[in-house]
Design a protein around this ligand. Structure first.
Ligand SMILES: C[S@@+](CC[C@H](N)C(=O)[O-])C[C@H]1O[C@@H](n2cnc3c(N)ncnc32)[C@H](O)[C@@H]1O
Length: 276
């Protein structure tokens, strides 16, 4: 990861933008839970749960006698996930903090899920072997990651505009810990197979993020994205204004709708693999 608990700094922003983000990403959770082959009574782990996704949907699916543990390294994210569970009256989910390279809580699990989390795990091969060791026989790991940067404008537009303006290098290789570090689907399946998983398969899913205006898109991305916040902190006032204008213009011209709203279609990859 770029820095320890970088998601702590954006947890409240994630809560502010939760309705728009949830509307876009809910279909990913639904597909993940379907692919996990879980039902009432199952015991499930969600790695990098953030505000509780897909842990809370899995908890509904395994109720009344199943349960879910959501783990994350960010105490701020976990605290909001607990509040959400409380507000929604979900009692069969528990949120626990882990350290970056920590062991996950002991299983055995009937499924392990991770939505947009594995890209940030530093020693992924070690982690995948550990996940497999805690899965029951034939149980599945289901992970969502982002496709390549151009296929995910919701996240990549500011960096693309920053590169066009010369504020960052053109198309750097996505570093480990970037949202795009697992955008090559076959690479994750190879690594899962290297960790002893079998039947690894990837399927794409396209989801649409909508906001009311190009200005709202800029406010959103400058609020929720750790890497955009890091970039903004390195720029002086005029450069920040230039970036804001460029991002709003890109949102309007490339993704603007006749009614003035912005709709960005983004590709995620859902990878499923089984413990033999
Ligand atoms: C992009 S967010 C995804 C959150 C949620 N799963 C979702 O889809 O909305 C990534 C989350 O992974 C967490 N994370 C990063 N590195 C981690 C690690 N090594 N172990 C567990 N969680 C981690 C971050 O704190 C953050 O909450």
């Amino acid at each position: 990861m770029a820095s320890d608990h970088e998601f702590d700094a954006v947890a409240l922003a994630w809560q502010r933008w939760f309705p728009q983000m949830q509307a876009a990403t809910r279909p990913v959770s639904e597909r993940m839970v379907a692919l996990a082959h879980i039902g009432p009574g199952a015991h499930v782990l969600d790695v990098g749960t953030g505000l509780g996704d897909p842990a809370l949907l899995a908890a509904e699916t395994v109720a009344p006698n199943g349960n879910v543990i959501g783990v994350d390294i960010s105490p701020a994210m976990l605290s909001l996930a607990r509040k959400r569970a409380h507000k929604d009256g979900v009692s069969n989910v528990e949120f626990r903090q882990v350290e970056e390279d920590d062991e996950i809580p002991a299983g055995p699990y009937d499924a392990i899920l991770s939505r947009f989390g594995l890209m940030f795990v530093p020693d992924l091969d070690r982690a995948l072997a550990q996940y497999r060791a805690q899965l029951r026989r034939h149980a599945r790991l289901v992970a969502a990651t982002w496709a390549t940067a151009p296929e995910v404008p919701q996240i990549s537009t500011p960096m693309m505009v920053a590169a066009e303006l010369g504020f960052v290098p053109q198309s750097p290789a996505p570093p480990t810990g970037s949202p795009f570090s697992l955008s090559d689907g076959p690479e994750l399946t190879r690594r899962l197979e290297g960790a002893g998983f079998v039947d690894a398969k990837v399927e794409p899913i396209d989801i649409t993020f909508r906001v009311e205006s190009p200005e709202a898109y800029y406010r959103h991305v400058a609020d929720v994205s750790p890497s955009v916040r890091e970039l903004l902190a390195t720029l002086d006032g005029p450069s920040r204004a230039e970036l804001k204008e460029g991002v709003e213009q890109a949102a309007a011209t490339r993704f603007g709708r006749p009614d003035g709203t912005v709709a960005m279609t983004n590709r995620a990859l859902i990878t499923t693999a089984s413990n033999p």
